[in-house]
Write a protein that binds this ligand. Structure first.
Ligand code: SAM
Length: 269
């Protein structure tokens, strides 16, 4: 298969990536055959997997709107993924065109594509950065000048922390970023969980370890709740993805009691 024009030159087309697999699950077009095959295998194991991806995007939309309602006027979206329908800058800037959004992702395809769609938008940008090295990530963020560290930040860690292993110390990484932003900031976290469907989580986790070099870590509710250490919980706390402040039937992509993801929002006090 030839490298498509949107893919960076040095991308390894034989290695599936979480960003492109997720794009394939959402029906996007920025993925390779190897990613589509991996997504297909996931769907064979757990047929409602695409609903999980939709459910997660719907949570992201609701969390952004909630934060805008609380007065947040700048977002730092870490592990932002390949742009797809309902990007953070589209949601936020439709509510207030002055809102600034900085995307950060480890995947060069995600960053290249984000930059391409943001060329005409001087209030949104994308940087390539690794959450496992939060000090370097924060330095990149500062270089852009887009985020004012004296003002509340809407920190989005949506479907990214399960790509960090326990050795990567996800709780500590979140707290480094938390320490850099002021009181009044918010965090939204969604995370794959083994809490409700341990068998399906186990199957997907084992399969992911075979096809990606990073692995996907399904965690318990307690482990996910620990990621909110230092943040005051916003009602209803850490719950199944569709149960976080659903706005309409449209948000109920997954059957209650069967979500493979948990989510919550916290406020820095
Ligand atoms: N946040 C988007 C959403 O929820 O729709 C995209 C989620 S996608 C499943 C996870 C993203 O996290 C991928 O784009 C992947 O490249 C990125 N990612 C994985 N590990 C990362 C790391 N250590 N630092 C920054 N981004 C990372």
């Amino acid at each position: 298969m030839d490298r498509p024009a949107w893919a960076p030159e040095d991308v390894d087309m034989q290695q599936a990536s979480p960003a492109r697999m997720y794009d394939a699950l959402l029906g996007g077009s920025h993925n390779f055959e190897i990613d589509r095959k991996a997504a297909e295998v996931g769907k064979q194991l757990v047929p409602d997997l695409p609903r999980l991806a939709l459910s997660n995007r719907a949570f992201l939309r609701r969390a952004v709107r909630f934060m805008v309602d609380q007065g947040v006027r700048q977002f730092l979206d870490i592990g932002s993924g390949i742009p797809t329908a309902g990007n953070v800058h589209e949601i936020a800037q439709s509510l207030d065109p002055e809102i600034r959004v900085l995307y950060a992702d480890i995947d060069p395809v995600a960053v290249a594509h984000a930059r391409a769609i943001l060329v005409a938008n001087d209030k949104a940008a994308a940087v390539e950065a690794d959450l496992r090295k939060p000090d370097e990530l924060l330095a990149r963020v500062r270089e852009t000048g887009l985020i004012d560290f004296a003002q509340p930040v809407g920190l989005l860690l949506v479907a990214v922390l399960h790509l960090l292993s326990d050795e990567d110390q996800p709780v500590e990484k979140v707290s480094v970023v938390r320490a850099a932003i002021p009181a009044g900031s918010y965090v939204a976290i969604s995370h794959l969980t083994s809490e409700l469907r341990p068998e399906d989580a186990g199957k997907l986790g084992r399969r992911a370890a075979d096809v990606t070099h990073v692995g996907i870590h399904f965690r318990s509710k307690d482990a996910i709740s620990a990621m909110f250490e230092g943040w005051a919980p916003v009602e209803p706390g850490v719950v199944e993805l569709p149960a976080w402040r659903p706005e309409s039937e449209r948000d109920l992509h997954e059957t209650p009691g069967r979500s493979l993801g948990l989510a919550g929002v916290g406020r820095k006090v």
